[in-house]
Ligand binder design. Structure first.
Ligand SMILES: [Zn+2]
Ligand SMILES: [Zn+2]
Length: 425
């Protein structure tokens, strides 16, 4: 009897320790686009290796320039796991063509990894990601897709993407589709791109039946739906459906409406709904994306009270992250606060600039020759190789980065959950 009890106890300990040993605690970039040149051929090719003696001259203003050099992604201490987002062309004309463009990108990544297998690996399941974290020092790539247009028309389609190892699909991108409406950011070019939507009433821009079905097909295939880029009402519809069906919502790179008061900002209610349904949100890392926009009075007052705040630099990300974190710590139940996860997304090669420097001509303050700076403060976030400096600076300034590191474990648990429950949603 005693022996059995001891045996059970040891078995229990074994599971506790093996579960702990398996836990992942890494920087995970929830979306990066090294294959942008496939859908948009004028874009510089990603994953190229440069000669270390002649590094490319890159600036934080790199909107149309490739910065995803393999050199910067290899052994990157600021991003161990990369969710590589294959991109749909916004004007994609057929389902067949849509699948082809995505497959070309997935193949491009897989071929790159096969040719560089000493430093890179693709994880097609959460378990593969865990094993790679614990048994190698490789950079781990997870496939994802940004823009579901024409890609998820049936259960077979969703199953096909699951077979490729796709962990999540951002269902809506820059243009309204048959699934639902896109958030029109206050950027002229993006409004023109989604021109037709400007004549619709906002209240009629919803998640469609096809959109609802797509979310269910994906969940039933074991794929998460990323609700980023949805219009306010489409997002609310998606959250209602996901609550009803117990599908955890993923938000890889929307903002926080009280600070970024525009359609890409999520309101407080929606953010809380994401966590109430066992999902998590992740913020865009770019200081340019995180710039406050028509902030609510209380947040504007906080911004005005800051002694040093260089808008568009790492400061805009730091402010947004810390305020979102404070909001969640105040509103979520204690067990969720203890395990709080907030992700980040770089969107490198996603047609955007990143942080400008804090110091120097393009920054806000003059460089003091007697001070020692982090590279990120002088160069801004010019390329992925500077992510380590980005996190180090925040750490030095006392920012709690635990929720960011926890997001890798949270992400894998959510993926495991939909895989475990596939077919039952
Ligand atoms: Zn995006
Ligand atoms: Zn993107």
């Amino acid at each position: 009897m005693i022996r059995t009890r001891w045996f059970t106890f040891f078995l229990f300990l074994f599971f506790v320790f093996s579960a702990q040993a398996q836990e992942v605690h890494e920087y995970i970039d929830l979306q990066i686009h090294p294959c942008m040149h496939v859908p948009y051929s004028f874009f510089g090719e990603g994953l190229e290796t440069f000669d270390e003696s002649t590094p490319p001259d890159l600036s934080w203003k790199h909107q149309f320039t490739n910065v995803n050099y393999a050199n910067y992604l290899r052994k990157n201490k600021g991003a161990r796991i990369l969710c590589v987002g294959a991109l749909t062309q916004e004007n994609i004309a057929s389902a067949k063509r849509g699948r082809k463009v995505i497959m070309k990108q997935i193949k491009f990544v897989n071929d790159f990894v096969a040719a560089n297998s000493e430093d890179f690996a693709v994880a097609r399941t959460p378990q593969e990601a865990r094993d790679l974290v614990h048994t190698t020092d490789k950079t781990i790539i997870i496939h994802s897709i940004e823009g579901g247009k024409r890609l998820v028309n049936s259960q077979e389609d969703a199953n096909f993407w699951a077979e490729q190892g796709v962990a999540f699909i951002t269902l809506v991108h820059l243009v309204d589709s048959k699934y639902g409406a896109a958030a029109n950011q206050p950027v002229f070019a993006l409004k023109i791109l989604n021109f037709g939507s400007l004549f619709k009433k906002e209240k009629n821009r919803r998640l469609t039946e096809k959109g609802k079905n797509a979310i269910l097909y994906l969940a039933n295939a074991g794929i998460m739906t990323d609700i980023t880029h949805m219009s306010d009402n489409t997002r609310k519809d998606a959250l209602t459906l996901m609550e009803e069906k117990h599908i955890p919502p993923l938000v890889t790179h929307d903002m926080f409406k009280p600070i970024q008061n525009q359609p890409r900002g999520m309101d407080e209610e929606d953010v809380l709904k994401v966590y109430a349904n066992d999902g998590f949100i992740s913020l865009p890392i770019s200081g340019e994306s995180c710039q406050p926009y028509k902030s609510r009075a209380d947040y504007q007052a906080k911004l005005d009270a800051l002694e040093n705040h260089c808008e568009g630099s790492i400061d805009s990300y730091k402010f947004t992250y810390e305020e979102v974190k404070k909001f969640l710590e105040k509103e979520l139940p204690a067990d969720q606060v203890a395990n709080l996860s907030i992700g980040f997304q770089t969107d490198f090669n996603g047609w955007l600039n990143h942080h400008r420097p804090r110091y120097g001509e393009e920054g806000c303050y003059p460089i003091n020759p007697d001070s020692i700076y982090e590279a990120i403060e002088l160069q801004g976030l010019a390329h992925p190789g500077l992510l380590e400096s980005h996190w180090r600076l925040l750490e030095k300034e006392g920012v709690d980065l635990e929720p960011i590191k926890r997001s890798s474990e949270k992400f894998l648990q959510m993926w495991e959950y939909v895989l475990e429950k596939k077919g039952s949603f």
